[in-house]
Structures are given as C-alpha cells and as structure tokens.
Write a protein that binds this ligand. Structure first.
Ligand SMILES: [Zn+2]
Ligand SMILES: [Zn+2]
Length: 120
C-alpha cells in the first residue's frame, strides 16, 4: 500500500510558546500480508497484517507523521524567543531592553536603600 495524506498540525513554538498550526503532506508505504498467509514460524511483529479485508492505517499514519514532525517546531525560522528576564516575546518587541539587573549579592543593599528612602 502506498499513499499520502494531508495532516493538520497544532502545537506551540519551542522558543516563544506562540501557538502554531501548519499543514503537512505525509507519504507512507507499507506491505500488508493476509493473516492466514503469514509465515507462522516467522515471529516478526513488524509485518503488518490485514484485518479481514481491511487495513488499519492508524499506526502507519502515526509513525509517518511523528517521523516527519520537526524536532523543535518554531513559529518562524529565526524566532528570537522570549526575554530571559521578563518573558516578553522579543518578536513583538525587538528593542526590548532592561537596565542591568542587580547583582543578587547586592540586592540586600538595594532593599536597605529603599527603606532609608521610605523613612525620609
Ligand atoms: Zn516563536
Ligand atoms: Zn524583558
């Protein structure tokens, strides 16, 4: 059996988590044998058998689609992802910037300074 099918893909960008949907055409090819013509001495589970006169395409399609899926789907090839500090989407806000983050070793001093400011 040889064929192809069009599948609809839904997922999210591996970098910015934006939902993405796509369509893909997947081809497949598989040899099916009749159950009663299967060689009983051959303990090969890889051989696909017909169920009566019917073919169960689901495992075949699932394997074909999974193999064709991108390992890390992206909303676009050069997706800049998310800001590591605040999680903003860098694609929406390319000039996104933060003041230099406070060194965690000095964070206590910043809080102290804030306290003094509040008292004044
Ligand atoms: Zn993205
Ligand atoms: Zn940010």
């Amino acid at each position: 059996m040889t064929g192809s099918t069009e599948v609809e893909l839904v997922g999210e960008c591996a970098r910015c988590l934006e939902p993405i949907s796509d369509r893909m055409v997947v081809g497949f090819q598989e040899l099916f044998v009749y159950e009663d013509q299967r060689n009983p001495s051959e303990e090969d589970d890889e051989v696909s058998t017909l169920e009566g006169d019917l073919v169960d395409l689901e495992p075949l399609l699932r394997d074909a689609v999974v193999l064709a899926l991108p390992f890390q789907p992206l909303c676009e090839d050069d997706c800049p992802g998310l800001c590591p500090d605040c999680g903003a989407r860098l694609k929406d806000d390319p000039d996104h910037a933060h003041d230099a983050p406070i060194d965690p070793r000095w964070a206590g001093l910043a809080a102290l300074k804030q306290d003094q400011h509040d008292q004044n």
